[in-house]
Ligand binder design. Structure first.
Ligand SMILES: C[C@@H](O)C(=O)SC[C@H](NC(=O)CC[C@H](N)C(=O)O)C(=O)NCC(=O)O
Ligand code: NI
Length: 128
């Protein structure tokens, strides 16, 4: 088996697409409309990512809010320069909720960004 995607339900598709593409630099890879069951799927990801792993943004046409609960953690993205990335995300209007720096009790530099629905995106400094 291999990882294909992580699915999250979103309340405003255009806002979510703008966040994952304009702010996080992903590409809109595929859009699937399902009028029978009244939902749209949009797959976003990095075109240069050899894994091909994507995030599946699921938009239910008749749902405008979800109970986000307390169990979901985050989706993690690797980044070459976490400090520059967070500066750019802030400049583009993104919500950096945890400033970049060493993880508590460790040495890996991480940061957190919230997406338009409140899902947490972890940025992890990877060795360039
Ligand atoms: C394309 C593939 O990655 C899918 O995940 S499609 C699966 C399909 N998704 C939905 O129906 C999304 C809308 C739904 N209301 C929701 O919020 O999950 C699915 O789950 N189909 C169910 C089935 O039994 O086929
Ligand atoms: Ni899916």
């Amino acid at each position: 088996m291999k990882f294909l995607h992580t699915m999250i339900r979103v309340t405003d598709l255009d806002t979510s697409i703008a966040f994952y593409t304009d702010v996080l630099g992903m590409s809109l890879l595929e859009r699937v409309e399902n009028p029978e069951y009244r939902y749209t799927l949009v797959f976003v990801g990095y075109e240069n990512d050899p894994s091909g792993t994507t995030i599946e943004l699921t938009y239910n046409w008749d749902t405008d809010q979800y109970d986000m609960g307390t169990a979901f953690g985050h989706i993690a993205l690797g980044v070459d320069d976490i400090y520059a990335a967070c500066d750019k995300i802030k400049t583009l209007g993104g919500n950096v909720t945890r400033e970049p720096g060493p993880v508590k009790g460790g040495t890996t530099h991480i940061a957190f960004v919230k997406d338009p629905d409140g899902y947490q995106i972890e940025l992890i400094q990877t060795d360039a």
